[in-house]
Design a protein around this ligand. Structure first.
Ligand SMILES: Cc1cc2nc3c(=O)[nH]c(=O)nc-3n(C[C@H](O)[C@H](O)[C@H](O)COP(=O)(O)O)c2cc1C
Length: 204
């Protein structure tokens, strides 16, 4: 697919055909492209938890589907459809990996002072890797959606899958062939902001 088409067609898909698994070679391409993302200092301080077996995916949903009230409208239907995704890829970021990398001689931030970081590059980089997965899914004719793990469920997620405290999930990418019940986000009613609205040329 032309790159411009991949970008234009990319959108979050929130329903999947549960009877069509992601082919293993496609799954591997998603991951191979994820690690082609840029990373500060070439730290590559990311990790990816891949869940494809039904029992693992069910465990994921059982520990992350928040019981917190109030639920946003449409949450139950969202969950029903998203649970059909045959593949979940959880990109995780590691702050420690970046503090270690930037303490190396070519960077020299040996005090590991977090005040030096203008933004958390560890999360930026894991987010870029997630975008690679989203775009690759489109290129492969699949659908994907990035969504968050509710803050109050992150510890349960860690416990269920043995995630070390050095890593935190920046989101979750569901992947699969789109299902019939896909719904666009109501957020899209906001409309896409135009280039002239968000771009400041020369001065703010
Ligand atoms: C950081 C981030 C978090 C998101 N979290 C969720 C989420 O929890 N649930 C969901 O359905 N979509 C989530 N989305 C998808 C957005 O709703 C979606 O990208 C936006 O409405 C634009 O739609 P599009 O991506 O289909 O063009 C998230 C997107 C991003 C970038």
């Amino acid at each position: 697919m032309e790159f411009a088409d991949v970008v234009r067609r990319r959108r979050m898909v929130r329903d999947y055909d549960p009877d069509r698994p992601v082919p293993p070679e496609v799954r591997e391409r998603l991951l191979a492209h994820a690690i082609r993302a840029p990373s500060a200092g070439f730290t590559q301080g990311w990790a990816f938890l891949v869940l494809e077996w039904a029992a693992d995916r069910e465990l994921f949903w059982s520990v992350t589907a928040s019981d917190a009230l109030p639920h946003p409208p449409g949450r139950d239907a969202w969950l029903t459809r998203m649970r059909r995704a045959p593949l979940l890829v959880v990109p995780l970021s590691s702050k420690d990996a970046y503090l270690d990398r930037y303490a190396e001689p070519d960077k020299g931030w040996t005090d590991r002072d977090e005040a030096r970081w203008p933004v958390p590059y560890w999360d930026v980089d894991a987010g870029m890797a997630a975008l690679m997965v989203l775009l690759t899914a489109v290129d492969e004719g699949l659908g994907a959606c990035l969504f968050g793990i509710p803050a109050e469920r992150v510890d349960a997620f860690r416990g269920a899958f043995g995630i070390p405290t050095t890593h935190r999930p920046v989101g979750v990418v569901s992947v699969g062939y789109p299902g019939d019940g896909d719904r666009r986000s109501p957020s899209l009613r906001r409309g896409r902001r135009g280039v002239d609205e968000v771009v400041h040329r020369g001065r703010w």
